[in-house]
Write a protein that binds this ligand. Structure first.
Ligand SMILES: [Zn+2]
Length: 312
């Protein structure tokens, strides 16, 4: 008999909720506007009400568990901590305790990148793997590190900030206040910056395309546009270096990448594999795969959250 879990993906604008079967099929999905709620209480009640309606509609009486992927999500306290940058509610949101009380099932909560890693392990390409790294490329660069089949959380739950590994000490200014973090070259914004610099090299007087987006750079790279390909080559160079260093630390079987910038596919992956291998210590050469996530892009966040709610 199939089992089910509930995945909740919390973003600043939307809260997506899905009921997910153990084979990874999303049998029901709904969402509510995160930014419409002023207080943690009204927000949590809205989520619980929505879950109950979804359970009723699917004639499910119970689920294995509930998983939540959230910015600033703390897996130890099972809540979203105070003053989360892009959330309107600034007090802590103790969703774990609240939903456990409402539904009587285990509730796990973690940050989005850790949820993505568990999603890949339960439903995606990391099934059966005990050592891998998930890298999420987007507005920022997040990472989830799995060692011995468990997420690495660190002493304060802050492990896995590979986006802020410094790859170039004299490099670009990062939002964290330091210079040359991986994120400044491999996030969506970083890729746009790579594009601007590459364009300036070939056409010093050229105007930047209006409303330059990472999606535009990715699509141009896929069409073979040399400037966009160079922008991705720059990303691949820094990413390859950072990932080769990460391998020396946890010796994963594979490194997975997900997020908008990976839509460029081979325009990113081909140079990335090359730079990665070039930088690897001889012990690891040819032994670590660099792969795209096998979760469907639009479902990845819900599947990741739902995976946290399973007995992985
Ligand atoms: Zn940084």
């Amino acid at each position: 008999m199939s089992t089910y879990s509930i995945g909740i993906d919390i973003g600043g604008t939307n809260t997506d909720i899905g009921i997910v079967r153990d084979d990874g099929a999303i049998v029901r999905r709904d969402n509510l506007p995160t930014d419409r709620y002023d207080t943690a209480e009204t927000y949590m009640e809205a989520i619980a009400g929505q879950i109950q309606r979804m359970l009723d509609a699917t004639h499910l009486t119970t689920v294995q568990g509930i998983g939540i992927g959230a910015p600033n999500g703390n897996h130890q306290t099972v809540r979203i901590e105070a003053n989360t940058a892009n959330l309107r509610i600034k007090t802590p949101i103790p969703l774990g305790d609240f939903l456990t009380e409402q539904f009587g099932v285990p509730v796990r909560l973690d940050n989005d990148a850790n949820a993505a890693a568990v999603g890949e392990m339960v439903y995606g390409g990391a099934r059966g793997m005990k050592h891998f790294i998930m890298l999420t490329l987007g507005t920022g660069v997040g990472s989830g590190i799995v060692v011995e089949g468990r997420l690495l959380h660190g002493s304060h739950g802050m492990a896995g900030e590979l986006g802020h590994a410094i790859v170039s000490p004299d490099g670009r200014a990062c939002s964290c206040g330091r210079n040359g973090c991986l994120e400044t070259y491999a996030s969506a914004r970083g890729i746009c910056q790579n594009y601007r610099e590459a364009l300036r090299k070939v056409q010093p007087t050229a105007n930047e395309p209006e409303g330059l987006t990472c999606r535009f750079v990715g699509e141009s790279a896929l069409r073979g546009d040399p400037v966009a390909m160079e922008a991705y080559d720059t990303t691949a160079r820094w990413l390859g270096l950072a990932l080769a260093n990460a391998v020396a630390f946890s010796e994963p079987e594979a490194i997975f990448l997900m997020g908008g910038p990976t839509r460029a596919g081979e325009a990113l992956m081909r140079p990335l594999r090359k730079y990665f291998e070039d930088n690897l210590l001889f012990l690891y050469k040819g032994k670590v795969q660099v792969l795209l996530s096998q979760l469907p892009q639009n479902d990845a966040a819900i599947l990741g959250a739902a995976a946290l709610g399973t007995a992985w």
